[in-house]
Design a protein. Structure first.
Length: 501
């Protein structure tokens, strides 16, 4: 175990020496040993099943985009020292969910410009040179109609035209409302992008905390392996000296193998969790890194619930995005109703026209008109129905989000309070379990009791350490979730982990 809490050397070589029982005890313990071996074999199988890693299955489309990233740079031979804040910064640069959210903002900006173009002047310029012939026969002019000969084809003749045209919508209430709706949709997309940054902080924070919790689990399991090996060696020595039966040696060997198996599982989990963290923050594939921080614990005194709720409704970007989406749906509904309104347009052009550019003269034209829709085949009614449905959906989603924010703030506070109490209890349990384990070892060394008491004490100590690690993780994660719930994850999570508001 290095100073960063990361595993370095394997502690399990898979080989164990079989203790030799004194001849005087062989016949006495023979019957007991056979039953014991069968029983311990069954126990070992159960423990192996309970500690073996469970394979995970990933189905296409079942993962969130925030668990992926666009890798940044190329892997180097240097081992990267990765701290919590640096992991968040990398996630904010490379996380796939955030990159896709930025692309959605660009799409919304394009839609807004599309609607705005209907309100802005449209200017075009054209230069035309025309040379042609004309068939009089095709026009019905025949020679027998006129007293003089009529040619079948006249020409060629030509003309030249250089002209600039401008079209301007003077008043179109439907286009005005569509542009305003597109502007609100753009604001909603921008808010969603900012909210995506908050989600990235939550995803990175959780992945980092899970990894350092497993690193701590490796450290405690490694210590448990050391204790179990010492207990096993002690049992072997006492059995060889004729001071303890074979059951003590077998029990100690099972305990040692169980702890070694748990260490293997913990190291494997740690390696996979580091891979997951690397995927979220966009580390290049194959880049080796170490986590430089351990599970911190700083008590955080919660503020009143009403304060957090006010901050959440004022600061949550997803809530502001939902409000903008409702406003956009309202404007879209008004635009659909405006399909019945008249519109006013003006067109103008100016240019030179003549046989050649040298023989041309300027001409211009200005016309304006009012378009009054009378019957459009039910299109306006169709647009209104669609706009009504979209508006209802947007309002329902806004109401649901408001309730979800209240739920997230309340549950985060509950988790924070419960986790803080669990940390204190778990810390005390570790101290008590260590004392019990020490006393049981002393009793076993003095021959007062067998090693069953020691094994049970070691199980209790391992359980206490596991509870302490889980409570630390739950406490820190509750801080991250609270920062996310009130819309202050990107800046507030660093303060919260330090116990500051």
């Amino acid at each position: 175990m290095n100073e960063k809490g990361c595993p370095e050397d394997s502690l399990y070589d898979g080989t164990f020496s079989q203790a030799k029982m004194p001849r005087s005890l062989f016949f006495i313990n023979r019957g007991v040993s056979i039953i014991t071996v069968l029983l311990l074999s069954a126990i070992t199988g159960v423990l192996a099943q309970s500690t073996a890693p469970v394979p995970s299955i990933s189905l296409p489309g079942s993962q969130s985009t925030f668990t992926g990233s666009e890798p940044e740079g190329k892997a180097t031979s240097e081992v990267l020292q990765l701290g919590y804040e640096e992991a968040i910064e990398r996630g904010l640069r490379n996380n796939l969910g955030l990159l896709l959210s930025g692309d959605q903002t660009i799409l919304a900006r394009g839609e807004r410009w599309k609607e705005l173009s209907n309100l802005l002047p449209n200017a075009t310029a054209r230069i035309q040179e025309d040379v042609q012939t004309l068939s009089l026969t095709a026009l019905g002019l025949k020679s027998n109609v006129f007293p003089f000969p009529v040619p079948k084809v006249i020409g060629p003749f030509n003309y030249f035209d250089a002209r600039a045209s401008v079209t301007q919508s003077v008043f179109n209430f439907q286009d005005i409302e569509k542009e305003r709706a597109a502007s609100e949709s753009l604001k909603s997309a921008q808010y969603n992008y900012k909210d995506s940054r908050e989600v990235v902080v939550l995803a990175v924070g959780n992945a980092y905390l899970v990894a350092i919790a497993t690193a701590a689990r490796i450290e405690t399991t490694d210590a448990q392996v050391t204790n179990a090996r010492a207990l096993y060696n002690k049992a072997v020595d006492q059995q060889n000296a004729g001071l303890s039966p074979a059951i003590d040696t077998l029990r100690a060997q099972v305990e040692l193998q169980t702890r070694q198996q748990q260490l293997i599982v913990a190291r494997n989990d740690y390696a996979k969790q580091k891979l997951s963290l690397a995927r979220i923050i966009g580390l290049p594939p194959g880049q080796q890194f170490q986590l430089t921080e351990k599970a911190p614990y700083q008590a955080l005194t919660p503020m009143p619930l009403e304060v957090y709720l006010q901050r959440a409704y004022a600061s949550r970007w997803d809530y502001q995005a939902a409000q903008s989406q409702v406003h956009s749906a309202e404007l879209t509904h008004r635009a659909a109703a405006a399909g019945r309104y008249p519109s006013l347009d003006v067109n103008a052009n100016y240019g030179d026209i003549g046989v050649t550019p040298a023989h041309s003269n300027g001409t211009w034209q200005v016309n304006g008109g009012i378009t009054i829709p009378i019957f459009q085949g039910g299109k306006v009614h169709s647009d209104l129905l669609e706009a009504d449905a979209q508006l209802k959906q947007a309002r329902s989603q806004l109401g649901d989000l408001r309730g979800r924010i209240d739920y997230e703030v309340r549950t985060a506070l509950l988790d924070l309070t419960a986790a803080a109490e669990q940390v204190e209890v778990a810390r005390s349990s570790v101290d008590l379990a260590e004392q019990a384990f020490t006393q049981s070892k002393d009793r076993f060394s003095a021959g007062v009791t067998d090693n069953l008491e020691v094994v049970q004490a070691q199980e209790a100590l391992a359980s206490a350490h596991e509870s302490y690690i889980e409570s630390l993780y739950a406490h820190n994660l509750a801080k991250v979730e609270l920062a996310r719930a009130i819309g202050d994850a990107e800046q507030g999570v660093k303060r919260f982990l330090k116990g500051e508001h």
